[in-house]
Design a protein around this ligand. Structure first.
Ligand SMILES: [Fe+2]
Length: 351
């Protein structure tokens, strides 16, 4: 296998203490403390960037992406998706995919041409792994920028302190969404088994790992709200996220692999952040189910599962790359609307 060249994500906050050999790296979604061998003089190159060796050690974290692999080919094949989403506005894609959803802003936001340029191998081929890394970076940045996740937990904390009953209501609303997602997960993933055969076994193994996770979420939800699940509490954004996942699994294997991680959360803390809050509430036993679910995702490194799927692919053509770009931008934008809706629901409970 070629040695892969890793590119760090933009704006990583880096602190290096030479005396203690402690390197700290952080982005809004992850923060790492790495104790380096005391023989390390510096983790940086002369130009101030993180050294190759350090980056290689970070490959499994959402902090780096793979540069286009110039000599990359699997038997000189090219993966070409038959259907195309090209030249369609965002809402036309929803229509084409039979999804009843409209974004308020019906124009594309991401710079698709420059994304293509940065993952190009040659005139006709593009690197799917490099695309995956770049799209994951963009998705994480946008979600975290728009999504106030810090503020969000602060608000939930405030709610918990002010009024336990409304806090429980807000968490129930959030878990109604999680329940819908986990309950529709298997049927949305299944089509991917036959959409790209070389990855079938990997996809089937992942589906097995996802089975019955809805029961864990329901275990928590029932403690908070015995009459749940209540389908009327599920937002149109939640339903749209699952429809997008299913449609991608059916016909856009690369796009599917690029977006699947967004359903898995990123778990580098010891406990599910919601479970931490629930433990301080009047219903601490509600933390158990979601904490178990969190640990399965964390231990299985589910947020990076798409990378494994993509490693089975050869180079891709431009149309396939574009399909994945469109689908990832759409899922990111729907997810941001989804977070805003949940945030508003929490905010309403506070007012
Ligand atoms: Fe999972």
């Amino acid at each position: 296998m070629n040695q892969e060249q890793l590119i760090p994500y933009k704006n990583i906050n880096t602190t290096w203490n030479e005396e203690t050999s402690l390197l700290q790296l952080s982005l809004p979604w992850i923060s790492l403390k790495i104790k380096l061998d005391s023989t390390y003089k510096t983790p940086f190159n002369e130009n101030g960037t993180l050294s190759h060796q350090i980056l290689n050690g970070l490959a499994k974290f959402p902090l780096t992406r793979v540069a286009p692999r110039n000599n990359f080919s699997i038997e000189n094949k090219l993966y070409v998706e038959k259907t195309s989403l090209n030249n369609l506005a965002p809402n036309e894609i929803f229509k084409k995919l039979d999804i009843n959803y409209q974004l308020q802003n019906n124009t594309w936001i991401w710079d698709h041409i420059s994304i293509l340029e940065s993952i190009k191998i040659n005139e006709d081929s593009y690197d799917p792994l490099s695309l995956y890394g770049l799209l994951t970076e963009m998705r994480l940045f946008e979600e975290h920028e728009a999504n106030l996740s810090l503020n969000f937990f602060k608000k939930l904390n405030e709610l918990l302190e002010i009024n336990d009953e409304t806090f429980i209501k807000a968490i129930s609303f959030i878990l109604e969404q999680t329940y819908y997602i986990t309950n529709h997960c298997i049927e949305s993933l299944m089509p991917a088994i036959s959409s790209y055969l070389p990855a079938s076994n990997l996809v089937s193994d992942f589906i097995k790992e996802e089975m019955n996770h809805d029961r864990l979420v329901l275990k928590s939800l029932k403690v908070l709200s015995p009459s749940s699940p209540r389908i009327e509490k599920v937002t149109v954004e939640t339903k749209t996220l699952m429809s997008l996942l299913k449609k991608s699994a059916e016909s856009y294997f690369l796009g599917f692999s690029c977006i699947i991680g967004s359903f898995e959360g990123i778990g580098y803390s010891a406990e599910d952040p919601l479970a931490v809050l629930l433990k301080k509430s009047s219903k601490p036993e509600a933390a158990i189910g979601i904490q178990q679910h969190y640990m399965i995702n964390k231990n299985g490194n589910h947020s990076a599962v798409g990378e494994g799927f993509i490693r089975t692919l050869p180079a891709i053509d431009k149309n396939t790359a574009l399909n994945a770009i469109y689908l990832t931008e759409l899922i990111t934008r729907v997810r941001i609307s989804f977070s805003k809706k949940i945030y508003e629901a929490v905010q309403n409970e506070l007012n």
